[in-house]
Design a protein around this ligand. Structure first.
Ligand code: DGT
Ligand code: CA
Ligand code: CA
Ligand code: ZN
Length: 572
């Protein structure tokens, strides 16, 4: 029962955090953390790669030692180095370091002063006003801890979409292999491509339901069988993730797929439409009295209700039924509409490959261009470039472009927006670039007003093109910083700037609702991967799905344009 990438990454992060609390060498701590990030971002399970005889030490940031640790986890399910440190340091301190604002040092201080060794203990101490008494903490940080704890609890155990995929894909292969299974689909939020997934809802068409639910509950990853019958089963997997499975008849498949795809609010609105016609809609079909009038396909159900097919990405009851009724559903952007990527890193900052390798990977994806956006000088922790480095990179790109036909490397930079709204490189240097991606990387704690002013002031610089990862959020890890995005988006539209939808599965920043707002105000969005490796370029599909959830059509996305039109659109 090999561990999934998310579990391996979790253990490496845990090891890094506990060692950091112990005061271990910070380079060692960082190496474990980087490796966790690499494993979490792999397109395939590390276990499968090992089984195929691949050498993990060839992966970026993973040397012999870490490759050995990963192999140990895959083979034995545990990690001796972690067991050892957990014998010395209370394991609950790791969860405490996940509270934004509480690094290893602060967690250690709370443990030493108050003996706090778990999130529950932290919560209790915060509620009783004990944290403010610890040197280095105050009433403000205590309130902040309480707020972050509320948020962590609200999130529950939802998985990032990519982690849900790593669980769903082998499971679906197992189910599709079963005798008599003619169709198997993951419905629910997974099919709607929501940024996080609460559980999997699987729909199966099969001759013998009982045999299917038996084989499903016997899957090697199942830790607990919550219930099992001839038409349905619910299990909890070893990862703690729940899976619902239903077996349906072919004549109900469309209705069931629709019902279990949701969202619930969309289903309720559609059921109301059926009732208004004197019919009934449920997971078995659309009924006129006792007669099933539709149900075999989703198209049939929508069609009978006078509607075109509504793509799952749109089914959130955000106006999609009215839009369908009036024939104005958006024609959603697809991955094949994307002509290039506008945000990636190379070895010039914290990326793992050179410009040529990244460009060749982009070309292999069928792109016409790739924008190189290494970090600017203030990003010392992420290998930020000096002015000389960027000037040299500009020359390097010119030389490379002279070699390429039908592909263009774009000169750019991920420029820090400094605290006062200045950009992190001199204007004359920035002016030599094709465009810029400007990002907030620090001082997330500014007030809403100040943060908003900071970003808008940066946009006043004519070298500002795209606002990178606009809210700084990290899914399940860091809340968005406080900023008036509505104002920022209007300011961007007024100045001919753009916002990024960062496609990293941990970011997906902008969110779907903001994408829709952007579209409504005519502001174009750059969907970019922020890749740090050649594989990272393949994360584009998560961004395109999120864009679709935000109703974006190809024209609403900046990088669906061929290079000439792109450069024209970006010129201010
Ligand atoms: P999740 O799992 O929290 O990420 O979100 P979903 O949307 O997958 O929700 P889930 O797993 O609770 O249920 C799957 C689908 O089943 C949901 O999207 C719509 C449908 N559904 C569940 N409960 C109800 C209900 O009470 N009424 C209706 N109409 N549909 C429901
Ligand atoms: Ca679900
Ligand atoms: Ca469910
Ligand atoms: Zn960034």
């Amino acid at each position: 029962m090999p561990l999934h990438n998310a579990e391996i990454a979790d253990r490496l992060n845990r090891l890094a955090a506990l060692l950091e609390i112990e005061g271990a060498n910070r380079f060692r701590v960082r190496a474990y953390r980087n490796a966790a990030g690499t494993v979490a971002g792999l397109p395939r399970d590390a276990a499968a790669m090992l089984a195929d005889g691949e050498d993990l030490s060839e992966l970026p940031g993973i040397g012999e030692d870490l490759a050995g640790k990963i192999a140990e986890m895959v083979e034995t399910g545990s990690l001796q180095a972690l067991d050892e440190v957990e014998a010395r340091v209370p394991p609950g301190l790791f969860e405490m370091t996940r509270v934004p604002g509480l690094g290893a040092r602060k967690v250690k201080a709370l443990y030493d002063a108050l003996g706090l060794d778990s999130l529950d203990a932290l919560r209790e101490a915060a509620d009783r006003g004990r944290i403010r008494q610890v040197p280095g903490f105050g009433a403000k940080s205590e309130a902040n801890i309480r707020r972050e704890l509320d948020r962590l609890e609200g999130e529950g155990d939802r998985l990032r979409l990519i982690d849900a995929e790593h669980i769903a894909e082998p499971l679906m292969a197992h189910i599709r292999d079963l005798d008599g299974v003619s169709r198997a689909t993951v419905a629910g939020s997974y099919r709607r491509r929501k940024e996080t997934v609460g559980d999997l809802d699987i729909l199966v068409v099969a001759e013998d339901g009982d045999a299917v639910t038996q084989a499903f509950t016997a899957y090697e990853e199942v830790a607990q069988i919550v219930g099992r019958g001839a038409t349905r089963a619910t299990v909890v997997l070893r990862s703690g993730f729940s899976v619902d499975l239903r077996v349906v008849a072919p004549e109900s498949h469309g209705a069931a797929l629709h019902y279990f795809t949701g969202a619930k609010s969309h289903n309720i609105a559609l059921r109301r439409r059926a009732v208004a016609r004197g019919w009934k809609l449920n997971e078995y079909g659309l009924f006129d009295g006792d007669t099933r009038i539709a149900g075999r396909t989703e198209e049939e159900v929508y069609g009978k209700l006078g509607l075109p097919f509504i793509p799952p990405l749109l089914r959130e009851n955000r106006g999609e039924i009215a839009a369908a009724d009036e024939g104005r559903l958006p024609s959603l952007a697809e991955l094949s509409d994307i002509r290039g990527d506008l945000h990636c890193h190379t070895t010039a900052s914290d990326g793992k490959f050179g410009i040529r390798e990244m460009a060749e990977a982009a070309r292999a994806l069928g792109y016409g261009y790739l924008g190189i956006t290494d970090h600017s000088r203030s990003q010392t922790v992420a290998g930020g470039m000096s002015t000389d480095d960027l000037a040299a990179q500009i020359d390097e790109i010119d030389a490379l472009n002279a070699e390429f036909a039908g592909f263009r490397v774009l000169k750019s930079c991920e420029v820090d927006i400094l605290e006062d709204g200045q950009l992190d490189f001199p204007d004359d240097l920035l002016a030599r670039l094709d465009y810029t991606v400007c990002s907030v990387h620090g001082r997330f704690d500014l007030s809403r007003e100040t943060q908003t002013e900071r970003v808008i002031r940066a946009m006043d610089n004519p070298n500002f093109t795209i606002l990178g990862h606009p809210t700084g959020r990290l899914i399940n890890r860091r809340a968005p910083f406080d900023i008036d995005l509505d104002r920022v988006m209007r300011a961007a539209a007024d100045r001919g700037c753009f916002l990024e939808l960062n496609a990293q599965p941990s970011r997906l920043d902008l969110d779907d609702a903001r994408c829709k707002m952007a579209r409504d105000m005519g502001l174009k969005i750059a969907v970019s991967t922020d890749a740090h490796t050649t594989d990272g370029l393949e994360m584009m599909r998560f961004g395109v799905a999120q864009a679709g959830r935000g109703w974006l059509e190809a024209d609403d996305i900046l990088n669906t344009r061929p290079v000439a039109a792109l450069l024209e659109a970006m010129a201010r």
